[in-house]
Design a protein around this ligand. Structure first.
Ligand code: KIV
Ligand code: ZN
Length: 527
């Protein structure tokens, strides 16, 4: 691939991005972002608007001291004091860029600048040549470019280049253009401006109509070789073209857009997170490339396709943008194939088709009621189905007698059927439930941790049926047992035995050492 197809990535997250209401970043945050951008491979970092505030001046100064690869840049209106602030703050870097701009649309010249077109041309000449005294790398922008008269734009671009600009940026300041029009603007400049070969044309598109990325790419296809963009697409009003989208569009559709960038795309996700944390702007779930759902699939048809061949529903890999793995989210649209795959990922092996069918049926009912079906929900469903499938329990309560009340140490006498052997035991304990659990442990020696013991009354009144839940844990695997009885102590014994019976089956049916506590998301994302 020759250099003529290399696209310069100019990031303006810390200048135009910071102009989003509420997106201001501290000096420390800007330094952290700059280090990530430097590593990411951004060619030019517009670090701020140095004249705008002492904070901006300081940020541009500090950033220009630390960049190793990226070229720092500062923004300046067409005035000497703005350009001086740029040179004073950027001067710490070996190489730096000054970006100066002035409006060229009739609307802006008349109502904003109160200048005639000739006066604006004079300002272009003065500002660009003044900036050129301090650096070879001068960029000039015609603000509100897409609403500028084309002949006037050609004249001003020619003059900016003659005065020393090496990059000419065409902003769609108000996000008004459409791809075909933007393409024509770039083509016209390339065809009509006599000295255009001495400069690189650049795009700077805002997203008011949701077309910032499309317009930027149209500009590149017409011959622009720099894109100005921001991470997560932040920026004035509806934002700027998103860096991650333009870069991944060119990479993924390289057949149609045979351009290269210096971006290490594997760092895109990291850059997105750093910017989101610094600005406090969350990334929308369905945001292209960096949204939480960008590589998540819930529908059964899609999950099935993904499991057969990920190309069916993925045009780029999550790994290519630094996301560890695709996530198959279990919800009401998920199908059997994904459910089976989920069971495997949770460590269940040799589970019969009957168990899968029964658990899948219960899962569909639950998913209809619940927005999020967690791994723990699925584990409970499968464990229930396993115990039903197993038909015969390893341990069964035959009889229980409990001595409770004041004055006496609480005592339980129990007969259990353990794998067909009838065994009995008597134990005292710290309360009747403790005595019961000790009897079970004596008759069926085991080493599990009791994680939860809960009693609920199903109905009101002293004759209420009690439901007892018990959760136990063994080597990272957990099971939950439940039982109901009008006698709370009988329900307690049965709930504990139920949890143990599930654990006995689970030891067999799940992979050794598999922890069921780690969520699927954690597992697929490797965190
Ligand atoms: O949108 C715009 O016109 C700008 C210029 C300052 C380049 O941000
Ligand atoms: Zn802008």
């Amino acid at each position: 691939m020759s250099d003529k197809n290399k696209i310069i990535i100019f990031d303006t997250t810390m200048r135009d991005g910071e102009q989003s209401p509420g997106a201001s970043m501290s000096l420390e945050e800007k330094i952290q972002i700059s280090r990530v951008f430097d590593e990411l491979g951004v060619d030019v970092i517009e670090a701020g608007f140095p004249i705008a505030s002492p904070g901006d001046f300081e940020a541009v100064t500090e950033i220009s001291k630390i960049l190793k690869n990226s070229v720092p840049c500062g923004l300046a209106r067409a005035t000497k004091k703005d350009i001086d602030a740029c040179k004073d703050s950027l001067g710490h870097a070996k190489k730096f860029r000054i970006h100066t701009f002035i409006s060229t649309s009739p609307l802006h010249m008349k109502h904003k600048l109160n200048k005639s077109p000739e006066e604006v041309l004079e300002a272009i000449k003065e500002s660009v040549s003044y900036a050129k005294k301090f650096t070879d790398d001068v960029e000039w922008s015609c603000e509100d470019g897409t609403r500028t008269d084309m002949d006037y734009m050609c004249r001003s671009v020619e003059l900016a280049i003659k005065s020393g600009a090496t990059t000419i940026n065409i902003p769609d300041t108000v996000g008004y253009s459409v791809p075909s029009e933007f393409k024509t603007i770039i083509e016209t400049l390339l065809n009509k401006v006599p000295n255009i070969d001495k400069a690189i044309l650049s795009t700077h598109c805002h997203n008011d109509l949701g077309l910032a990325v499309a317009n930027s790419l149209a500009g590149v296809m017409a011959g622009a070789r720099q894109i100005e963009c921001t991470i997560n697409g932040i920026g004035e009003r509806a934002g700027n073209a998103a860096l991650e989208e333009v870069v991944m569009a060119m990479k993924t559709r390289n057949d149609l857009m045979p351009y290269t960038t210096g971006i290490n795309t594997k760092l895109i996700s990291k850059a997105s997170k750093v910017v989101s944390n610094a600005t406090g702007f969350p990334v929308q779930f369905n945001k292209a490339i960096v949204g939480k759902n960008a590589f998540a699939h819930e529908s059964g048809i899609h999950q099935d396709g993904m499991l057969k061949n990920r190309n069916t529903y993925e045009i780029m890999t999550p790994e290519s943008v630094g996301v560890k793995q695709t996530s198959l989210v279990m919800g009401k649209h998920s199908g059997r194939h994904a459910f089976k795959d989920k069971l495997t990922s949770l460590g269940y092996k040799d589970v019969t088709d009957d168990v899968i069918e029964s658990a899948f049926g219960k899962f569909k009912i639950l998913a209809d009621k619940k927005k999020h079906v967690y791994d723990e929900d699925i584990i409970a469903l499968v464990d229930d189905s396993l115990i039903i499938d197993n038909k015969v329990n390893a341990i069964n309560l035959k009889s229980l007698k409990v001595y409770a009340g004041t004055g006496e140490p609480q005592k339980a006498e129990m007969i259990l059927d353990v794998y067909g052997d009838i065994k009995n035991a008597a134990e005292t304990g710290d309360g009747p439930v403790d005595a019961i659990f000790k009897c079970i442990k004596k008759l069926y020696p085991h080493d599990v941790k009791l994680q939860l013991y809960q009693v609920h009354a199903v109905t009101e009144g002293t004759d209420a049926q009690a439901t007892v839940s018990v959760r136990i844990e063994e080597n990272g695997k957990t099971t939950v047992g439940q039982a109901a009885d009008t006698d709370t102590l009988v329900a307690s014994a049965n709930a504990y035995i139920n949890a143990l019976n599930k654990m006995i089956i689970k030891r067999d049916k799940t992979a050794p050492g598999q922890t069921t506590e780690q969520s699927f998301e954690q597992k697929v994302r490797g965190i």
